[in-house]
Design a protein around this ligand. Structure first.
Ligand SMILES: [Zn+2]
Length: 177
């Protein structure tokens, strides 16, 4: 689960504060943006950090793990040109300004659990899906979780018939990227 600085994640009777966590008045809070994890009696927040194998300009594929008002977080799994998954996976930030289409809401462009293909903007890491080749390559129905199919340029759920919007990649549904 993703937490933000100031999010309450427990209290000192339950856990010890680990990396990325601070204590205030007996309560534990996240001090960084990241994923929180328990380690025995300790809670820590694994923050964004550079993934050693990534360079600016690389093309990566990952899964959307959280969507907020202005940005989404993507767990990067693979880099284009390499067969194997990355030895160090990690979170990347996709800001709404890096989506490239005029979308009313980030939810019209991507959704939780989608698989996206993206360009690495910097190694913090931040990613972009502005280019036509970048974007969602696999998406699931928000109602019944079935994989959406592309039908005459529109995403449709083959199970319940629901139409959904995404900023899709040219490679959507082709099983290759
Ligand atoms: Zn459906």
């Amino acid at each position: 689960m993703i937490v933000f600085p100031g999010d309450r994640i427990g209290n000192v009777e339950e856990y010890k504060a680990g990396e990325g966590v601070y204590e205030d008045g007996g309560e534990l809070f996240a001090s960084v943006v990241g994923v929180f994890e328990f380690e025995e009696k300790k809670v820590r927040v694994r923050s964004f950090r550079s993934i050693p194998e990534l360079k600016k300009g690389d093309v990566v594929v990952g899964r959307v793990v959280d969507v907020r008002n202005n940005f989404a977080m993507v767990e990067i799994a693979r880099k284009k040109g390499e067969e194997r998954e990355l030895a160090h996976t990690g979170l990347a930030l996709l800001h709404v300004s890096s989506i490239g289409e005029r979308v009313g809401s980030i939810n019209d462009a991507i959704s939780y659990f989608d698989i996206v293909k993206a360009r690495v903007l910097d190694t913090s890491p931040k990613i972009s899906i502005r280019e036509p080749e970048m974007g969602v390559i696999k998406a699931f129905c928000s109602s019944c979780k079935t994989e959406l199919i592309l039908d005459e340029g529109k995403l449709k759920c083959p199970n319940c018939g629901r139409d959904e919007k995404r900023k899709i990649s040219r490679s959507y549904g082709k099983g290759e990227w």
